[in-house]
Design a protein around this ligand. Structure first.
Ligand code: URA
Length: 231
């Protein structure tokens, strides 16, 4: 396995961070500093980071129902609560993508940095389902069509989305991309403010009655389905 992938699978770093650690000369294989992320290694190669042995660990994926106000980062420099603190695990976990602090709902966390990156890579077009409460409450046919076809955002046109009204000022959107504050920006683009936003599904996974703030570990079958065809 490539050295960078080995580090990501071991939970030592995310896939991107692994390349940086290797380039910085912090990774050794046996007695040698190795700066080539493509070096072929396995469990018997004696890989170490800053002198500490690195071994692949069993993959964990947790599904959390994120409360409002909690950050989707591994660490916060201002001491605010993070999604990682809400999940009981001995492993070093990484959030799979981001939800805004104000957004609630489904977020995955895993110790497999490579999996986290794969699931959020635009190429896989993993569907994400959101429920948004909007102001003004009524969405015109014209706005609905614009949301479905694509809204011009400062970072380009949004990809086609499935959108339906749920009544009571709520709409459901299924996006296959995960740009920063995308739902809020798309709705702003058609003249609506989002007053509440919840992600209810990611890939084939749903919240399934999980209480706000609670988490559960995915089963081996669920992980297999997610990795085989995340979309
Ligand atoms: N879109 C947003 O605007 N915010 C999120 O947290 C997720 C998607």
């Amino acid at each position: 396995m490539r050295l960078a992938k080995f580090l990501a699978h071991s939970g030592a770093a995310s896939r991107r961070a692994a390349d940086g650690l290797i380039a910085a000369g912090r990774v050794t294989v046996g007695p040698d500093v190795v700066t080539d992320p493509a070096r072929d290694v396995d469990e018997s190669s004696g890989v170490a980071l800053d002198g500490r042995p690195v071994q692949p660990e069993p993959r964990e994926v947790h599904l959390l129902n994120k409360p409002q106000g909690v950050l989707s980062t591994a660490k916060d420099t201002h001491g605010r609560r993070t999604v990682v603190e809400l999940v009981a695990s001995r492993r070093r976990l990484y959030p799979v993508g981001r939800l805004d602090a104000d957004t609630t709902g489904l977020i995955l966390l895993t110790n497999d940095g490579a999996l986290a990156e794969r699931l959020t890579h635009p190429r896989f077009e993993v569907p994400r389902t959101y429920r948004a409460t909007i102001e003004p409450r009524e969405l015109s046919e014209h706005s609905l069509a614009a949301l479905r076809e694509g809204v011009e955002l400062e970072d380009g046109l949004s990809a086609p989305a499935r959108v339906r009204g749920l009544g009571g000022g709520q709409i459901e959107l299924v996006l296959r991309e995960g740009r920063n504050r995308q739902v809020r920006r798309m709705l702003e683009g058609v003249g609506h403010r989002v007053t509440a936003l919840e992600r209810v599904a990611f890939g084939g996974l749903t919240l399934g009655g999980l209480e706000c703030g609670a988490s559960r570990r995915l089963t081996a079958d669920e992980i297999e389905r997610l990795t085989e065809s995340p979309g």
